[in-house]
Design a protein around this ligand. Structure first.
Ligand code: SF4
Ligand code: SF4
Length: 246
């Protein structure tokens, strides 16, 4: 019997995906949310709007950059200072029509381009913390061993009255390598939730030099480079963060 390969694992860079509902893909950069037949009606019904009012407020006709053909797409919010924010996004990361969202949104990141084109994959990964690259075991072991040496040199996390994850969850950033290491080696130690798994930002005040050294481990070992909010990265690796902080 043929076994189906997970969609992300069959892509040009193998990855697993778990959406964090962070709204990054709905709120930044250039691009279009294409609408297919029947989706205006579905979205209008989900929002409780007459079709004409929905189209007037939320739909635009734009040329498809691939072939110039006019297509329907969702509008961007008029009040977004830098554009790129979907007009259906509410607050920081809530889609007003999530259960009826267009197929274009529901299928991300399993778009053909992302699965087949390395540059498109990197662009998607830069936006989406839910994409976790699958790292070969030999690369993982080597990179984790080098990171453990670096942590030993830098010393343990600077633990205050509360875990860094609770004090500044939005500000704490790390590489994918640090997050992978944290997910594998975290052990609550006093107030610190990560203990020996804590990233550079929890260990030294000025993390620039530490970050450069992690980048050099990535390059030496071929570890996929990723960087983002530690909380998002950990959540994408199945590390439970609930029970404290924001
Ligand atoms: S329709 Fe919803 S899921 Fe799609 S881009 Fe807009 S806010 Fe995001
Ligand atoms: S950027 Fe990724 S993780 Fe965030 S809402 Fe979009 S698909 Fe989900």
């Amino acid at each position: 019997m043929e076994t189906a390969i997970e969609r992300g694992l069959a892509g040009v860079v193998p990855f697993r995906f778990a959406c964090h509902r962070c709204g990054h893909c709905c709120s930044g950069g250039e691009g279009f949310v294409w609408l297919e037949e029947g989706e205006c009606e579905r979205l209008a019904a989900a929002l409780g709007l007459p079709l004409a009012a929905f189209v007037d407020r939320h739909v635009r006709r734009v040329p498809d950059p691939r072939d110039g053909r006019p297509r329907l797409a969702l509008r961007e919010a008029a009040d977004a200072p830098s554009g790129g924010r979907c007009s259906l996004l509410e607050g920081r990361n809530t889609c007003r029509a999530y259960s009826a969202r267009p197929r274009h949104c529901a299928e991300f990141p399993y778009w053909d381009g992302v699965l087949r084109d390395p540059a498109a994959f990197e662009a998607a990964r830069a936006t989406c913390p839910g994409i976790a690259v699958v790292v070969p075991q030999v690369v993982r072991e080597r990179a984790h061993a080098e990171l453990a040496l670096l942590y030993a040199e830098l010393g343990g996390p600077r633990v205050g009255a509360a875990c860094c994850l609770d004090r500044g969850r939005d500000e704490l950033h790390a590489t994918g390598l640090e997050a992978d290491y944290a997910a594998a080696h975290a052990r609550p130690t006093g107030a610190c939730r990560l203990g020996p798994g804590a990233p550079i930002a929890c260990r030294i005040e000025d993390g620039e030099e530490g970050l450069a050294r992690v980048r050099s481990i990535e390059r030496r070992t071929g570890y996929p480079a990723a960087y983002g909010r530690l909380a998002d990265l950990l959540r994408g690796r199945g590390f439970a963060l609930e029970g404290g902080g924001a």
